[in-house]
Design a protein around this ligand. Structure first.
Ligand SMILES: Cc1cc2nc3c(=O)[nH]c(=O)nc-3n(C[C@H](O)[C@H](O)[C@H](O)COP(=O)(O)O)c2cc1C
Length: 200
C-alpha cells in the first residue's frame, strides 16, 4: 500500500504512522511550573540528537504543561523509563490540570536534581538534567504551522544508578529500557547483541 499522510487515505482503521517509527524511546519529562508545581509526563516523540554537547528533545502536541514549564523555567529532566516503571509512567500520563503535583497524584517519589530545579523520579535507572537550548515551532513543507513544538535541551548533568553499571558499561538489557510502538503497544529491550562497524 501507499498513502499520503495529510490525506489520511491509508484505509486502515488506525493511523499506521507511529507503528512505522518504532521503537521510540520514552522521555519521562519532569518540570516545575513557574509557580513551582512539579509536573511529570511521558513523551515518545523524544530522542537524543547530539552527544557533544548532549542534546535531547521532546515534542509536545500544542503547549502541554511539560513544554510550557520548560519554556517558562528553562529547565527539564528526562527520566529514563524501564519496564519496571511501566505502570507509574502510564499513570503520570493522565490529563491532570497544571496546578496538580503529578508526582503526588501518581504516587511517585521525587529526588532533588544536582544542577536543575525539577526533581528526578525516585528509583529511575538514569536521568538527564537539561537546560533548554531551543524551542522549535515546527512547520510542514508548505510552511504551515505544525501542531507540535520541539523542546530541545542540553544535559548538563547525568545520573546513572550504579546498580546498572557492569564492567564499566551501562547494562542496557538489565535496565529493560521501555519503548513505544504504534497504537497502544510497547516494547522492552531484553535481548541485546553487538555488531562491529565495518572497516575499509
Ligand atoms: C508512552 C506515552 C508517550 C507519549 N508521548 C507523547 C508525545 O510525544 N507528545 C505529546 O504531546 N504527548 C505524548 N503523550 C501524552 C502525554 O503524556 C499526556 O498528554 C500528558 O497528560 C501530558 O502531560 P503534561 O501536560 O503534564 O505535559 C504520551 C503518552 C504516553 C503514555
Amino acid at each position: 500500500m501507499f498513502y499520503e499522510p495529510r490525506k489520511k487515505n491509508h484505509s486502515l482503521p488506525h493511523d499506521p504512522f507511529k507503528a512505522l517509527v518504532g521503537p521510540r524511546p520514552i522521555g519521562w519529562i519532569s518540570t516545575l511550573s513557574k509557580e513551582g508545581v512539579p509536573n511529570l509526563s511521558p513523551y515518545s516523540f523524544f530522542n537524543a540528537f547530539s552527544d557533544h554537547p548532549a542534546i535531547l528533545g521532546f515534542s509536545s502536541w500544542g503547549w502541554k504543561d511539560s513544554a510550557n514549564n520548560a519554556r517558562d523555567t528553562g529547565e527539564f529532566v528526562v527520566n529514563v523509563v524501564m519496564k519496571s516503571d511501566l505502570d507509574r509512567m502510564n499513570q503520570s500520563s493522565a490529563p491532570y490540570p497544571s496546578e496538580v503535583n503529578e508526582f503526588e497524584a501518581a504516587g511517585i517519589g521525587m529526588v532533588p536534581s544536582t544542577f536543575v530545579k525539577p526533581p528526578r523520579v525516585e528509583g529511575v535507572g538514569a536521568a538527564f538534567e537539561c537546560k533548554v537550548t531551543q524551542i522549535i515551532p515546527m512547520t510542514g513543507h508548505d510552511g504551515r504551522e505544525a501542531a507540535y513544538h520541539l523542546v530541545l535541551g542540553e544535559a548538563v548533568g547525568i545520573y546513572i544508578d550504579d546498580r546498572f553499571i557492569t564492567d564499566g558499561k551501562v547494562d542496557e538489557a538489565g535496565m529493560q529500557l521501555l519503548a513505544r510502538l504504534g497504537y497502544m503497544n510497547y516494547a522492552a529491550v531484553e535481548n541485546v547483541f553487538s555488531l562491529k562497524r565495518p572497516t575499509i
